[in-house]
Write a protein that binds this ligand. Structure first.
Ligand SMILES: N[C@@H](CCC(=O)N[C@@H](CS)C(=O)NCC(=O)O)C(=O)O
Length: 207
């Protein structure tokens, strides 16, 4: 398997899952800061020009964070990273979808790629502010609906934790935000995991 990633991008969550699984994989660097996602060699691999993308051993490519995360979890049941019961799996998918479909694009893409949201240069600071306001609102929803314990699911650590991790990491390391208590404790618990520490070190990111 080969993970196409960019340091500190949302692909860091899939990188964490691969480290948790402990099976061999390769990393393919797609440096977003250099626009590598639009260069022909990567577009030939992933026409969507996004990371993460996972090249599987059969040569097929998977894209979209929630799908890659669920596939890795389901393909490696012994790791216990996706609940086996219907309710647990559904709640796991619910968090993946919220993080990747709402918190990431509406909260953080607004902050990091404000120009995607307005053609008017004078509006860029407002878009960034709007992103921060939305991200705070989404984190407050997660705080208010937190079930029990350290991890996203009451049944224990899952791929949903790796998804929540990347937006918590962005919030605190890139956006200067303060997380509400459950999320702050969650981020600290994530940072204490050896798989997360290896991932951050491999991507050259601060713990
Ligand atoms: N829907 C995709 C979104 C992935 C995404 O937006 N990735 C960002 C990095 S965090 C990216 O590749 N951005 C490059 C660009 O937009 O040009 C998913 O969930 O995997």
């Amino acid at each position: 398997m080969k993970l196409f990633y960019s340091p500190g991008a949302c692909s860091v969550g899939i990188h964490v899952i691969l480290e948790e699984l402990g099976k061999p994989y390769e990393l393919g660097l797609v440096a977003l800061k250099d626009g590598a996602q639009h260069k022909p060699d990567y577009v030939a691999v992933n026409p969507k020009s996004k990371v993460p993308a996972l090249l599987r051993d059969d040569g097929s490519l998977l894209t979209e964070f929630p799908v890659i995360a669920m596939w890795l979890g389901r393909a490696n049941p012994e790791a216990g990273l996706v609940p086996k019961d219907l309710e647990g799996e559904t709640r796991c998918a619910e968090m993946l979808d919220y993080v990747c479909g709402t918190v990431h694009p509406q909260g953080f893409t607004r902050q990091f790629r404000a120009a995607n949201f307005t053609p008017r240069e004078e509006d860029l600071p407002k878009v960034v502010e709007q992103g921060k306001t939305l991200a705070k609102k989404y984190f407050d929803v997660l705080q208010a609906t937190w079930t029990d314990g350290t991890w996203v699911l009451p049944s224990g650590y899952s791929v949903a934790d790796a998804a929540l991790f990347f937006v918590e990491y962005w919030a605190t390391r890139r956006s200067g935000m303060t997380l509400p208590p459950h999320l702050d404790a969650h981020l600290k618990a994530m940072l204490a995991r050896p798989a997360v520490q290896r991932t951050l070190a491999q991507e050259g990111l601060a713990a």
